[in-house]
Design a protein around this ligand. Structure first.
Ligand code: CAA
Ligand code: FAD
Length: 384
C-alpha cells in the first residue's frame, strides 16, 4: 500500500522539535543572514550552537551522543531552519544524513566511538566526498584511487564541490580500489583533516547557499589505515547510494523550507503593500499566486513526510526520497520566483530576503543528485 503507515498526527515531541528549530532560526539565524550571504561567511558560531542544541546529530542513538529522534523530526527541523538560512541547514543536512547516518549504520564500533560520537554531539563537523571533476551524476566512474597496500590504502585524486570542505574534521571519501570491478570495486574511507598529503582547495564562489563552505579536496599519496574503511572491501558505492537516499530526504525538506519561507514572506507583504487603492492581496492575480504556492507547499510537505515515514518504518524509501527531492526542489524554485514577483521591485533587493531564497533554491535541484538523476532513480524503481 503506497500510503501505508502515513499517520500525519505530529506528537508532542515533534512539535517541540519544530518549535525549538523555529525559535533558533528566528532568534539566531535571522539576524545577519543577509550579511553572511553577502560576505560568504561560514556561520562558525551558529554551527557550534546548533551542535549544543542537538541539531547536528538528531537521529543518532543517544548512546553515540545523538538525539535519538525520528526522520519526521528531522524534516520538521530542516524546514524551519531552511525558511531562514539554507546555508546553515545544508551543514545540518550533510552532518546528519550523510556523515552520521553512514557511520552509525555501517561503521565499526571503533569508528563509531572515535568519529560518530564527536560528530553527533556537534563537537566537530563532517563532510561526504563522492563528486569529482569528471564524476558528478555519473558517480560510478570514480577516478580517485585507494590502492591496497596491505595495512593501509594509498589515496590519490581530487574531489569537487565538497560541502563543509574547509571546516570539516572528518571526511567520508569514496575511491576506486579495484577498477576491473567497476562500482563494486569502490571503497569509502574515513579521512581526517591533517593526514599527510591531504590538501583543501580554494573555496568556491556561489550563486546561492553562499554561507556554506564548498571546496575541492586533493589527495596525494595519503596513507589511510585499513581500519578506516567502512564496511567490506568494495562496499563504498553501495554505502554512498544508501546514505544518499536519506540525504535526499534532508535536501527535500531544505527545499520545502526555502519554499515555505518565501511563501510566508509573500503572504505578509501582500497584506501590507497597497496598489490601486487596496492591499495587493485583494487582487485576484496575487491571490492565485498565493493559492498555488500554498497548494504546492502542502503537497511537498506530504512527500517529505511520506519519505520520512517510509524510512522510520523500515520500508524501502529509494523512490519516495527521490520523489520528495524532485518535487520539493521544483516547488522551491517556483515559489521563490513567484515570491519575488509578489514583492515587485522590493523583491529584487536583499533587504526583503526573497531574492536570497530564490538563489538558494536552485542548488536543491542540483546537489545530492540532479532532478534528472532523481527521475532516473524513480523510473528504475517503477520499472524494476
Ligand atoms: N539506493 C541504493 N542503491 C542504489 C541506488 C540507490 N538510490 N542507486 C543505485 N544503486 C545501486 C544499484 O542497485 C547498483 O547496485 P548493484 O550493481 O549491486 O545492483 C549500483 O548502485 C549501481 O547502480 P546503477 O547500475 O544504476 O548505476 P548507474 O551508473 O547506471 O546509475 C546513479 C547510478 C543512480 C545515476 C548514481 O550514480 C547516482 O545516484 N548519481 C548521482 C550522484 C549523487 O547523488 N551525488 C551526490 C553527491 S553528495 C552531495 O551532493 C552532497 C551535497 O551536495 C550536500
Ligand atoms: P553533471 O553530472 O555533469 O550534469 C550536468 C547536467 O547533465 C545536469 O543537468 C545533469 O542532470 C545532466 N545529466 C547528466 N547525466 C545525465 C543522464 N544520464 N540523463 C539525463 N541528464 C543527465 N558532492 C559531494 O560529493 N559532496 C558534497 O558535499 C557536495 N556538495 C555540493 C555543494 C554544492 C554547492 C554543489 C554545487 C555541488 C555539490 N556536490 C557535492 C556535487 C553535486 O552532487 C554534483 O554537482 C551533482 O551531483 C551533479 O554533478 P555535476 O555537477 O558533475 O553535473
Amino acid at each position: 500500500m503506497a500510503l501505508e503507515g502515513l499517520n500525519l498526527d505530529l506528537t508532542e515531541e515533534h512539535l517541540a522539535v519544530q518549535q525549538a528549530a523555529r525559535d533558533f532560526a528566528q532568534t539566531e539565524l535571522l539576524p545577519n543572514v543577509i550579511e553572511r550571504d553577502d560576505k560568504e561567511y561560514f556561520p562558525e558560531e551558529l554551527v557550534r550552537k546548533m551542535g549544543e542544541l542537538g541539531f547536528l546529530g538528531m537521529m543518532v542513538a543517544p548512546e553515540y551522543g545523538g538525539g535519538g529522534m525520528d526522520t519526521v523530526s528531522y524534516v520538521l527541523a530542516m524546514e524551519e531552519l531552511s525558511k531562514i538560512d539554507a546555508s546553515a541547514s545544508v551543514i545540518v543536512s550533510v552532518n546528519n544524513s550523510l556523515v552520521c547516518y553512514g557511520l552509525e549504520k555501517y561503521g565499526s564500533e571503533e569508528q563509531k566511538q572515535k568519529y560518530l560520537v564527536p560528530l553527533a554531539k556537534g563537537e566537530i563537523v563532517g563532510a561526504f566526498a563522492l563528486s569529482e571533476p569528471e564524476a558528478g551524476s555519473d558517480a560510478t566512474s570514480q577516478h580517485t584511487t585507494a590502492e591496497d597496500m596491505g595495512d593501509y590504502y594509498l589515496l590519490n585524486g581530487t574531489k569537487n564541490w565538497i560541502t563543509n570542505g574547509g571546516r570539516a574534521s572528518v571526511y567520508l571519501v569514496m575511491a576506486q580500489t579495484h577498477p576491473e570491478l567497476g562500482h563494486k570495486g569502490i571503497n569509502c574511507l574515513i579521512v581526517e583533516k591533517g593526514m599527510e598529503g591531504f590538501q583543501v582547495g580554494k573555496k568556491e564562489q556561489k550563486l546561492g547557499i553562499r554561507g556554506s563552505d564548498t571546496h575541492s579536496l586533493m589527495f596525494t599519496d595519503v596513507k589511510v589505515p585499513k581500519e578506516n574503511r567502512i564496511g567490506a572491501d568494495g562496499f563504498g558505492f553501495k554505502f554512498a547510494m544508501s546514505t544518499l537516499n536519506g540525504g535526499r530526504i534532508g535536501i527535500a525538506s531544505q527545499a520545502l523550507g526555502i519554499a515555505s519561507g518565501a511563501y510566508e514572506l509573500a503572504v505578509k507583504y501582500s497584506k501590507e503593500r497597497k496598489s490601486f487603492g487596496k492591499a495587493i492581496c485583494e487582487h485576484q492575480a496575487i491571490q492565485f499566486k498565493l493559492s498555488d504556492m500554498a497548494t504546492n507547499i502542502e503537497a511537498a510537505r506530504l512527500l517529505c513526510f511520506k519519505a520520512a515515514l517510509d524510512k522510520d518504518n523500515h520500508r524501502d524509501y529509494v523512490k519516495s526520497a527521490a520523489m520528495a527531492k524532485l518535487f520539493c526542489s521544483q516547488v522551491a524554485m517556483d515559489t521563490t520566483v513567484e515570491a519575488v514577483q509578489v514583492h515587485g521591485g522590493y523583491g529584487f533587493v536583499k533587504e526583503f530576503h526573497v531574492e536570497r531564497l530564490m538563489r538558494d533554491a536552485k542548488i536543491t535541484q542540483i546537489y545530492e543528485g540532479t532532478s534528472e538523476i532523481q527521475k532516473m532513480v524513480i523510473a528504475r524503481e517503477i520499472l524494476k
